[in-house]
Design a protein around this ligand. Structure first.
Ligand SMILES: NC(=O)c1ccc[n+]([C@@H]2O[C@H](COP(=O)([O-])OP(=O)(O)OC[C@H]3O[C@@H](n4cnc5c(N)ncnc54)[C@H](OP(=O)(O)O)[C@@H]3O)[C@@H](O)[C@H]2O)c1
Length: 313
């Protein structure tokens, strides 16, 4: 089958014919129709993810999956061929991926696509929506709390803002003026702070003098920078969730810190399906590329993403 792969260490990504991935026990083989690009895919493609992942070549690129069940392995009884599913490929070995005609993944990384959810939307849920869910679970907002989402304009941020608003929280979102600000307000943010000028912590404090209850940080990888931001904006007892592994529990000892790693399980994937099916979670797709334009989709993500960049497979 045809797939977009990293053929060998140091080689550039390219289309190649590879063996069809067969489903093992408790796995599902999906005929892929839609996906999207994530920063993680760019890291794997560049080889940079080798710092924390083992590569098994050829590495099929792509994390997000939407498509139709082609076959199921032994032990899978609740998904059947022909059924629409969405989900993701998420493991510490870079080997299988979604930018190909077929992918075989554990059943627990998938959920049924509800009626009314388009292929493009289903293909853009995967990693970003799951990560947003894990961030929101980590800070567990109560109704009427104020949460700062730093990096709100991207894939994870767009989903996190919607989930927080659906739980009754008030969101302060980072975005530059213009199209970005409009985007985060469309997602449900009520206050917007321009991260590109001035001191972010000071600007948030001027909007929320009593401090915010929690921070979801999708930007920082430097622990010192996130510590300064969190200490500057959080009210006593506040919580911080970081996707960049930048939440420093020692430096932020008065606060609850969580370094999020998005892991899929059946309940989380089913919840994302329910949220999307009921219209409470909209896939924030702003651009779509064809499969043969995946390198352009990667370039677009590197150049600056608003919401999600979808790929038709
Ligand atoms: N730990 C995990 O399990 C996990 C899982 C998924 C993702 N992640 C990480 O989470 C982060 C967000 O993922 P994503 O998919 O949402 O990425 P994304 O779609 O690229 O979004 C990142 C957003 O942050 C904005 N941004 C860049 N610099 C900023 C700054 N200084 N202040 C505020 N906003 C800024 C970007 O704007 P421009 O595009 O205009 O620069 C972009 O809109 C990435 O670092 C990703 O690697 C971690």
């Amino acid at each position: 089958m045809r797939a977009y792969v990293l053929p060998a260490e140091g080689a550039a990504p390219a289309f190649a014919e590879i063996e069809v991935p067969e489903p093992a026990d408790d796995e599902v083989q999906v005929r892929v129709t839609a996906s999207s690009v994530n920063p993680h895919d760019v890291m794997v493609a560049s080889g940079a993810a080798a710092r924390y992942m083992t590569y098994r070549y050829p590495v099929v690129l792509g994390s997000d999956v939407a498509g139709v069940v082609e076959a199921v392995g032994d032990g899978v009884h609740d998904l059947t061929p022909g059924q629409r599913v969405f989900g993701l490929v998420r493991e510490l070995v870079a080997a299988r991926g979604s930018f190909g005609e077929l992918v075989a993944v554990p059943r627990d990384w998938l959920a049924a696509v509800p009626d009314g959810v388009t292929e493009a939307a289903a293909g853009a849920l995967g990693l970003a929506a799951l990560t947003a869910l894990r961030c929101v679970e980590a800070i567990a907002p109560t109704t009427d709390e104020v949460v700062l989402v730093n990096g709100a304009t991207g894939g994870v941020g767009s989903y996190a803002v919607q989930m927080l608003v659906a739980r009754g929280a008030t969101v302060v979102a980072t975005a530059r003026p213009g199209e970005e600000e409009k985007h985060v307000r469309d997602m449900g943010a009520t206050e917007v702070v321009d991260w590109s000028t001035g001191d972010l912590a000071e600007r948030v404090r001027s909007m929320q003098p009593a401090g915010v209850a929690a921070v979801i940080d999708l930007v920082n990888r430097d622990r010192g920078v996130l510590t300064a931001l969190a200490a500057g904006v959080l009210a006593p007892g506040g919580r911080v969730a970081s996707t960049g592994h930048a939440a420093d529990a020692d430096a932020l000892s008065g606060f609850r810190t969580v370094n999020v790693r998005a892991e899929a399980d059946r309940a989380a994937m089913a919840l994302l399906g329910e949220l999307a099916g009921s219209g409470r979670l909209r896939a924030p797709v702003t651009r779509t590329f064809r499969m043969d334009e995946i390198d352009s989709a990667f370039a677009a993500l590197r150049d600056g993403a608003l919401g999600k960049i979808a790929v038709r497979i």
